[in-house]
Design a protein around this ligand. Structure first.
Ligand SMILES: Cc1cc2nc3c(=O)[nH]c(=O)nc-3n(C[C@H](O)[C@H](O)[C@H](O)COP(=O)(O)OP(=O)(O)OC[C@H]3O[C@@H](n4cnc5c(N)ncnc54)[C@H](O)[C@@H]3O)c2cc1C
Length: 508
């Protein structure tokens, strides 16, 4: 850091970065930018009057790496955000009513004899073994038992197969990152942006104008202004690709409730009549919400369904939110990069939005421009962003497309709709013999796809013939042994509450 701080900047270096928006996206970006060389000034504008979306409480494991990269201590972070740990997502009523399966983080079984684990599992299942695949995943078994411990760094123990993420209070997380960023030199500007000036010569953003008349200029603008896309859309007209024909949910209601039972170390997503409900356990309260399709239900029915599904007393009135699922056609235009809700929106079924912010930040850092703004960098950023949004989109659509429910118009509609061709191909390949076609750097692993496919009754007609190399009975003994080790290990882990009380509870 000292070396970087004292090094002279490139003659064309960006010297001023202006982040517009102080929600999760704005403050995550600001925190990451504290790692830029000194000499680059980073400012963030936010408006208390407008506020932030205030939801976004469940995450996936890469956030652990983001925090670690910033040097954030996990226990302090959990304390500051009322956080809990998350080992996966439980899906209830998705394939059929009464179903319950886990999409766990972490490894599932182990590849044997050069054959993927799920192929061994498949062959045993096709031979009549009813054991669900999640019984071979320590994260899933521990989650169901309400246990938690972080992964071991010793690869010889099954504890090394664990992965975790967090649940946290979104407002507290933004506040935590704000303190972190301000302490490291980010300047916060309170104010409401009311105008954007473009340079006549090339249409780049020159400055933004605040309601009190101040003008703030910069070389690089980061649009974290939320759904509106104040810079990327309203000023630069990047365009929006609407995906609501595949993902018809367009509204949500969010409400906190009192905690009742033990803190589950997983998020729950329960399918409802025209959408689904989330349940996110925090130390002090539970976050709940209902994501639904306004074409298939009314706001009143959605509200009633949300309140009826709460386990504890509601602590506030349900708060409505509206959205259009899709992505900004170009997430980087000229000297403006959009991150967070301004760059697109995918419903929170797999808790991916905060991750999309994180990966957008990583891409920006990897392709950090000079003031020349080489179009090749911009093009690469946009191409990678598009691929990632589409991959996540397909994974989310799978949950709907793979339903066997036909109890409401909504479920009949999503089961019958055409899925994107990329997803149809993936489903066909898996059905044929449990095979995959994945890019190496895709977010969701094969194990994640297998969890949802099998959890929602998409089962291959055949298995990899190489799995037949081990006699059936011998493999059955091996798998029973593995299940036993996983079960015993999970039972020996502390409960989630005990772990939090020991490590990360705020002082009373
Ligand atoms: C119903 C729902 C549930 C969700 N659940 C999850 C989840 O479980 N997990 C997950 O990863 N993600 C989830 N998300 C997504 C997550 O909430 C967002 O990705 C995240 O909060 C980032 O939001 P943001 O910072 O882009 O936008 P916002 O929070 O909307 O922040 C926008 C910022 O811009 C500022 N601003 C706007 N206009 C102006 C202006 N004119 N002048 C100055 N400032 C301005 C605002 O004041 C605010 O600070 C959910 C989203 C929704 C809608």
């Amino acid at each position: 850091m000292t070396l970087l701080a004292s090094a002279p900047l490139h003659p064309d270096a960006i010297r001023e970065v202006l982040i517009v928006g102080g929600g999760t996206a704005g403050w995550m970006t600001a925190a990451a930018m504290t790692r830029l060389p000194a000499g680059i000034r980073v400012r963030l504008i936010e408006s208390e009057e407008i506020g932030s979306v205030g939801v976004g409480e469940a995450t996936i494991p890469p956030l652990v790496t983001f925090n670690a990269m910033l040097g954030i201590d996990e226990a302090s972070f959990i304390k500051a955000t009322q956080g809990t740990f998350k080992l996966g997502i439980e899906f209830v009523d998705w394939g059929r009513q009464g179903d319950r399966y886990m999409h766990p983080f972490g490894e599932v079984g182990m590849d044997m004899e050069g054959v993927k684990f799920h192929q061994h599992w498949l062959r045993q299942a096709q031979g009549g073994d009813p054991t669900p695949i999640e019984d071979y995943c320590l994260s899933a078994v521990a989650a169901r038992l309400g246990r938690f411990t972080p992964a071991s760094s010793d690869p010889r123990t099954v504890l090394a197969s664990l992965r975790h993420a967090y649940h946290f209070d979104a407002a507290l997380y933004a506040g935590f990152l704000r303190r972190f960023s301000e302490a490291r030199g980010v300047e916060r500007v309170e104010g409401k942006v009311v105008g954007v000036s473009l340079r006549d010569s090339d249409g780049f953003i020159e400055s933004v104008r605040l309601a009190d008349g101040r003008r703030l200029d910069a070389d690089l603008f980061i649009d974290c202004s939320g759904f509106r896309g104040l810079l990327i859309e309203e000023a630069l007209a990047a365009g929006y690709e609407d995906w609501s024909h595949w993902l018809p949910c367009d509204r949500a209601l969010a409400v906190p409730s009192a905690n009742t039972g033990p803190l589950t170390p997983f998020t729950r997503a329960t399918a409802d009549r025209a959408g689904w409900r989330w349940r996110i356990p925090l130390q002090q309260r539970t976050g709940n919400g209902h994501v639904y399709a306004s074409a298939f239900t009314t706001d009143e029915d959605a509200r009633a369904s949300l309140l009826a599904g709460l386990e504890g007393e509601p602590l506030a009135e349900p708060r409505p939110l509206r959205f259009t699922t899709g992505r900004r056609r170009r997430q980087w235009v000229r000297n403006c990069v959009s991150l967070g809700l301004s760059s697109g929106f995918l419903e929170p079924l797999e808790s991916t939005s905060i991750h999309l912010i994180q990966s957008g930040i990583s891409r920006l850092m990897a392709l950090f421009p000079t003031r020349r703004f080489d179009p090749v960098l911009i093009d690469q950023f946009n191409r990678l962003s598009q691929t990632q949004f589409e991959q996540v989109r397909d994974f989310i659509i799978l949950h709907y497309k793979a339903t066997q429910r036909d109890d409401t118009d909504f479920w009949r509609h999503v089961a019958a709709m055409d899925a994107p061709e990329s997803l149809e191909r993936r489903i066909a390949l898996f059905r044929a013999g449990g095979r995959f076609m994945r890019d190496g750097d895709e977010l969701f692993s094969e194990a994640s796809w297998v969890a949802v496919f099998t959890g929602q009754h998409i089962l291959p007609q055949d298995h990899d013939p190489l799995a037949d190399g081990v006699p059936y009975a011998a493999m059955a003994r091996k798998l029973a042994g593995l299940r036993g080790i996983i079960r015993k290990t999970a039972e020996a882990m502390p409960t989630h509450e005990t772990f939090i009380a020991r490590c990360c509870q705020p002082p009373a």
